[in-house]
Design a protein around this ligand. Structure first.
Ligand SMILES: C[S@@+](CC[C@H](N)C(=O)[O-])C[C@H]1O[C@@H](n2cnc3c(N)ncnc32)[C@H](O)[C@@H]1O
Length: 277
């Protein structure tokens, strides 16, 4: 029996709105394990709730949040309950990030609480790093941001403890090169930009380049050669279409910010690429 779990963080490129379409494109045969190497908010993982999973994101602060939710849910809720939704408190918490040694000296729970708090109270709920690796988003002035979310933390923790899940925070290639056969892989990399200004790839200071997309395609070819099924989401660009020529491509419509100042929201075509039908 699965309970309803929704992402604990708001994440650029979140897949909640596409879940119905995407689940209809999952393999029809059962898989023995699930792998999601670009986890972000994890909408797909929490929708499927597999019993065995390999989950990963290169953002180590984000993976620390999931670890804290698994092992210390009550301490995390208690820490967050002491936080305040004011501009002064926000600046105080954000300042920690500017001082690496002070941040590193905090407990895993305190670090996770700060990460969740900033994600929920910052402008637009985006995690973004500048070139120095500092979180650089302004205070969002929201009336009631749900940064404690005790019931969400408890149900996610219950799932993490009931399932057999390996958490890592490494480059996707290290995860994909070592998977057992029978695993199903869902890939949601930072999207290939549809124009020079429109897209967001600053999840980390390293960004995600065309070379990274090409490395990922090579990993997909290796999965295919081993008989491991994958489904991949990406933007509808000529580069991605030609990179994955030969694979099954389905077009879906998603509501996204469509220009750089964020006031244009519209439905854009995105691609779901699979090595099975
Ligand atoms: C599009 S987001 C995933 C969105 C997610 N599926 C959701 O529903 O919220 C892409 C993720 O890839 C991660 N990432 C970027 N480069 C990576 C790399 N080289 N290896 C693994 N993860 C990476 C980012 O930190 C980001 O969380």
């Amino acid at each position: 029996m699965t309970t309803n779990i929704t992402p604990i963080v708001k994440w650029a490129g979140g897949k909640t709105q596409l879940l119905e379409k995407m689940t209809s494109l999952l393999p029809t045969e059962e898989f023995t394990a699930y792998c999601e190497p670009f986890l972000g908010g994890g909408a797909m993982l929490f929708c499927i709730q597999p019993g065995v999973a390999y989950i990963n994101d290169i953002n180590s602060g984000l993976m620390n949040v999931y670890n804290a939710i698994k092992y210390y849910p009550e301490a995390l809720i208690a820490e967050l309950s002491g936080y305040e939704n004011t501009a002064e408190f926000y600046s105080k918490i954000r300042e920690f990030d500017r001082d690496f040694e002070r941040f590193a000296a905090l407990s895993a729970v305190q670090q996770a609480a700060k990460f969740i708090y900033l994600n929920k109270t910052c402008f637009n709920g985006l995690y973004r790093e500048n070139k120095q690796g500092q979180f650089n988003v302004a205070y969002g002035k929201y009336k009631n941001p749900n940064f404690v979310n005790a019931s969400g933390i408890r149900s996610m923790s219950q799932y993490f403890n009931a399932a057999n899940i390996i958490f890592t925070s490494v480059d996707f290639s290290l995860v994909l090169n070592n998977l057992p056969t029978g695993t199903f892989v869902y890939l949601d990399p930072p999207y290939n930009p549809i124009s020079e200004t429109s897209n967001f790839t600053s999840y980390t200071r390293y960004g995600f380049t065309q070379e990274d997309h090409m490395r990922l395609r090579k990993c997909c070819d290796a999965l295919t050669a081993r008989g491991i099924k994958f489904m991949l989401s990406n933007s509808n660009t000529d580069f991605i279409r030609s990179l994955y020529a030969g694979y099954d491509i389905t077009e879906v419509l998603a509501k996204r910010f469509i220009n750089c100042n964020g006031n244009g929201r519209g439905a854009v075509k995105e691609l779901i690429i699979r090595n099975y039908t």
